[in-house]
Design a protein around this ligand. Structure first.
Ligand code: 13P
Length: 248
């Protein structure tokens, strides 16, 4: 199965940053038709167009948006980016339910967002916070978040989960490799149990939270890990390119 290596740039970007970033990345990335990997960039919405123009070869390198906005009652929403607009920008992917945006979202709005994504593939984020971790509530929390996705499942929807423990994001801490492996396995098993038509190979589970050039190789080679979602380290062209060039 191919590995997914995704860069979540969050709210960091400028035109100058993109120009410098891709002049390094495009010159040093090793990817071809046979590579068993897919690289995905998630820039801020304002820069989607420039990123799409800057990506050298679209084969195996894609881009998407970090969220989408909805207004449940169909009123207008100043400053919002709708799924139709993001699909018009040719986004291949959308991140839904990142812990940095979840606070303001209700279960109902996450489900509505999922149902709006007819052309974009969803990367659905789950993960426990430090209190839930201390109280051994990790899987309980993750399963309740997975239910949001499962309840909105529609035919042919690709299932891509990002397991991002909230306490690991930006902290320099990560779960052990065996914890990551067990959690990913549990995520896959839970989805299959709830949606028996889905096969294990159809479920992609990425790990996110303090992934760096130093730990990426071992995380990517861990059982049940299908890729990584990188935050801070993806902002450094050299470091992210090294992560993308890891051989499997
Ligand atoms: P860091 O890699 O900076 O911990 O961020 C992870 C993340 O939130 C990716 O979505």
């Amino acid at each position: 199965m191919k590995k997914v290596i995704a860069a979540n740039w969050k709210n960091n970007c400028s035109k100058d940053f993109i120009n410098k970033y891709f002049s390094f990345f495009n010159a040093n990335i090793k990817i071809n038709q046979k590579s068993k990997k897919e690289i995905i960039f998630f820039p801020p919405d304002l820069y989607l167009d420039l990123v799409s123009q800057s990506i050298k070869d679209l084969s195996g390198i894609n881009y998407g948006c970090q969220n989408l906005n909805i207004n449940e009652d169909n009123t207008t929403l100043t400053g919002g980016s709708t799924s139709a607009m993001l699909e018009d920008m040719n986004c291949d992917y959308v991140i839904i339910g990142h812990s940095e945006t979840r606070e303001n979202e209700f279960n109902k709005s996450l489900k509505s967002k999922i149902l709006l994504c007819k052309k974009m593939n969803i990367i659905f984020c789950v993960g426990e916070n430090s209190l839930e971790r201390q109280n051994n509530q990790t899987l309980k929390k993750i399963f309740s978040q997975l239910d949001e996705l499962i309840e909105s499942y529609f035919d042919n929807m690709s299932i891509i989960i990002a397991y991002e423990p909230v306490w690991a994001i930006g902290s320099g801490e990560t779960p052990t490799l065996s914890n990551i492996s067990q959690t990913h396995e549990s995520i896959k098993k839970y989805i299959i149990q709830k949606l028996p038509s889905i096969k294990e190979n159809d479920i992609i589970v990425l790990y996110g939270g303090s992934v760096t050039e130093k730990n990426a190789s071992s995380i990517l080679k861990t059982d049940f890990v299908d890729g990584v979602l990188v935050g801070g380290a993806s902002l450094m062209a050299e470091e992210f390119t090294k992560i993308c060039n890891i051989e499997f």
